[in-house]
Design a protein around this ligand. Structure first.
Ligand code: ZN
Ligand code: ZN
Length: 342
C-alpha cells in the first residue's frame, strides 16, 4: 500500500492543539453585532467601558453606519465583491505579499458597496439629524474625490482623509474587504515578514482581542482595521515593534499589571486574582516602553460581546489616560478621524 504524504495544511488540521493563526471575518453577522455593541456602549450598558456623555452621540451615529454596512453586505451577498483571480493570489503568495492588498488597485465593486451603504444610511429610521446632512454630502461627492479619500484611508495619510466623510468611506472599504476576505482560502495568506500587519490585506490592526471558544481559547489576536480578519500574536508582546521586554497594562481604573504575572504573584501569596467577568479587565491599553506606543487589548474572557473596533471607539477615556502618560497611539480607528492640531 502506498502511503499518501500529507500536505502541510493537512498536518496542521490533524493537530487539534494547533493555534488557529488566522480567523477570517464573517461579514453576514459581524456588522449587525457591531451595531448592537455600539448601541450598548452608547447607552452605558457595558460595565468595563464607561462612556462619557460627549461620546454617546458619535457612537449612536456609528451604530447607524454599522447597520448600513450590514445592509450593504446583505444586499450584495457572499460574492458581492469578487476575489482577485488565482494568478494574482498565487503571485502574492509566492512573494509573501498579502493576497488582498489594501493599497494599490481597488476592485471597482467597492463603489457599488459605497452606494449601497449611502442608500441604507438614507433609509435609516430614528437617525440623528447629522446623518441626513452627511448623506447629502456623500451623495454629491464626485468619484475622483471618493477615490482620493479611499487612497488616504488605505495608505494611512492623514492628509486627504476629510474627517467628516472618511468614516463613511472607510465603512464601505471595510465592508468590501471583509466580503473578499470571507471568500478567501486561508492558505493564500502567508504570515508576513512582520507580525504587526494583517496577513490578508497588509493593513494595521485597530486593536487586539483575547478570544474564547474552541481552539482560540485564551489566545490573543490582532484585529485588522480594513478587512476585519484577525491574526494570532502571543500575549505580552508589543503589536507595534514586537519587543516584549517593557510591556505594561493600563486599565480604565488605573495602573494594571499583566494578569499572568499578577496570578503568579498571587499564587505565591496564596490568593487568586484572575477571576472571569472582571469589568476592569475588559478594556486595557498595552503600552511598550521600547517604542513608546500603545494599542488596546479587549478581553472576551471578561465580556463575551467585545468587538475590537466598537470597543476601541467607546473607550476613548483610555486613550486620554495613556497619552497623558506619554504614549503615542500605534494606529488609528477607521471610523474616527481627528483633524491634525485640532
Ligand atoms: Zn486585513
Ligand atoms: Zn513597542
Amino acid at each position: 500500500m502506498v502511503q499518501r504524504l500529507l500536505q502541510p495544511g493537512e498536518i496542521e488540521a490533524l493537530d487539534h492543539n494547533a493555534i488557529p493563526r488566522l480567523l477570517l471575518p464573517q461579514p453576514a453577522t459581524l456588522f449587525s453585532a457591531r451595531a448592537k455593541r455600539l448601541r450598548q456602549l452608547a447607552a452605558g450598558e457595558v460595565p468595563g467601558i464607561p462612556v462619557e456623555d460627549a461620546l454617546r452621540g458619535y457612537l449612536s451615529l456609528m451604530a447607524h453606519v454599522a447597520d448600513a454596512q450590514h445592509a450593504a453586505v446583505a444586499a450584495l451577498g457572499r460574492e458581492g465583491v469578487a476575489l482577485p483571480d488565482d494568478a494574482s493570489l498565487k503571485l502574492a503568495h509566492d512573494h509573501n505579499m498579502p493576497p488582498l492588498p489594501a493599497t494599490g488597485a481597488r476592485p471597482a465593486a467597492w463603489r457599488t458597496v459605497f452606494a449601497r451603504l449611502v442608500e441604507a444610511l438614507a433609509a435609516a429610521g430614528n437617525a440623528p439629524p447629522q446623518l441626513a446632512a452627511a448623506v447629502a454630502t456623500l451623495r454629491a461627492m464626485p468619484e475622483a474625490e471618493l477615490e482620493g479619500i479611499a487612497d488616504a484611508i488605505l495608505g494611512n495619510f492623514d492628509e486627504g482623509a476629510d474627517p467628516l466623510r472618511a468614516p463613511f468611506v472607510a465603512a464601505a472599504l471595510q465592508a468590501s474587504w471583509s466580503l473578499m476576505a470571507a471568500q478567501l482560502d486561508a492558505a493564500w495568506a502567508q504570515p508576513l515578514m512582520t507580525g504587526t500587519l494583517c496577513p490578508v490585506c497588509g493593513s494595521h490592526p485597530v486593536a487586539s482581542v483575547v478570544r474564547i471558544g474552541g481552539q482560540s481559547q485564551g489566545y490573543r489576536y490582532l484585529h485588522c482595521s480594513v478587512c476585519e480578519s484577525e491574526w494570532h500574536m502571543v500575549r505580552v508582546k508589543c503589536s507595534c515593534c514586537e519587543a516584549n521586554g517593557k510591556i505594561a497594562y493600563q486599565g480604565l481604573v488605573g495602573q494594571d499589571a499583566d494578569p499572568v504575572g499578577e496570578n503568579i504573584a498571587a499564587a505565591k501569596e496564596g490568593r487568586t486574582v484572575h477571576k472571569a467577568n472582571d469589568p476592569d479587565k475588559v478594556a486595557r491599553a498595552e503600552t511598550c516602553d521600547d517604542c513608546g506606543t500603545y494599542r488596546k487589548i479587549f478581553n472576551q474572557e471578561h465580556d463575551y460581546d467585545v468587538d475590537p473596533l466598537a470597543d476601541d471607539l467607546g473607550s476613548m477615556l483610555l486613550d486620554v489616560l495613556v497619552s497623558e502618560a506619554g504614549y503615542a497611539r500605534a494606529s488609528g480607528n477607521p471610523l474616527l478621524w481627528l483633524k491634525e492640531n485640532a
